[in-house]
Design a protein around this ligand. Structure first.
Ligand code: NHR
Length: 184
């Protein structure tokens, strides 16, 4: 998220307006405020069993700044089709696997256990199907002998920081996608 904001502010192809989280303690909120952005948090734990209520508040907070594009980065609450419809075709997510392999959680562990020789990250449009929307870009890294989920995650993260700003830049400028990056 910080990298996205920094590249937008440095290069000017988009204007970041707000950063939100489902966790009021998220470190990114303070960083976003330091970068001059509005911030908000909608604590999902206060809406236990009430996804509609959680999403209504999330929508309200987002609508305060009327974004053209919404970027998820480590957002961990499944969004309902009604919410997704509000931002259809303009909500992006970065997921730490080479989709369509390993939608959902624990992606790096699953890639290592499967013996894959490559892993990576994918930026995709958010649709009602979890991690199933159209792919806008991917970055690949080699899985190395001795890799653990943590060491692999760290190498993939470096590539996530290259991939997501490049995909977003092309997306908002209507340039050709997908972007395919190869680290190795
Ligand atoms: N919502 C929709 N409709 N479509 C997608 O593609 C989405 C989405 C919401 C989040 C991110 C995704 C990821 O990159 C994402 C993509 C959370 C879960 C999950 O199981 C799965 C995938 C992703 C994010 N969440 C549980 C829930 O009940 C909670 C899990 C937890 O708190 O640890 O929401 O990986």
């Amino acid at each position: 998220m910080v990298r996205l904001v920094q590249e937008m502010q440095a290069q000017g192809w988009a204007r970041p307006v707000a950063v939100g989280s489902n966790d009021p303690a998220a470190g990114g909120l303070g960083k976003a405020a330091s970068l001059g952005l509005a911030t908000f948090a909608v604590d999902h734990r206060k809406y236990k069993g009430d996804r509609a209520g959680f999403e209504a508040e999330l929508l309200h907070q987002l609508q305060m700044t009327a974004p053209d594009v919404v970027c998820l980065a480590g957002f961990m609450r499944i969004l309902t089709p009604d919410f997704v419809a509000r931002f259809q075709g303009r909500m992006l997510n970065i997921h730490p696997s080479l989709l369509p392999r390993y939608p959902g959680l624990n992606t790096h562990r699953r890639a290592i256990e499967a013996g894959d020789d490559q892993a990576g990250a994918t930026v995709h449009l958010v649709t009602p199907e979890l991690d199933g929307g159209p792919i806008l870009g991917q970055a690949r890294v080699d899985v190395l002998p001795g890799d653990t989920a943590d060491t692999l995650a760290a190498r993939v993260l470096v590539q996530e920081h290259r991939l997501y700003p490049e995909v977003l830049r092309r997306f908002v400028l209507n340039q050709p996608l997908p972007v395919m990056l190869d680290a190795d």
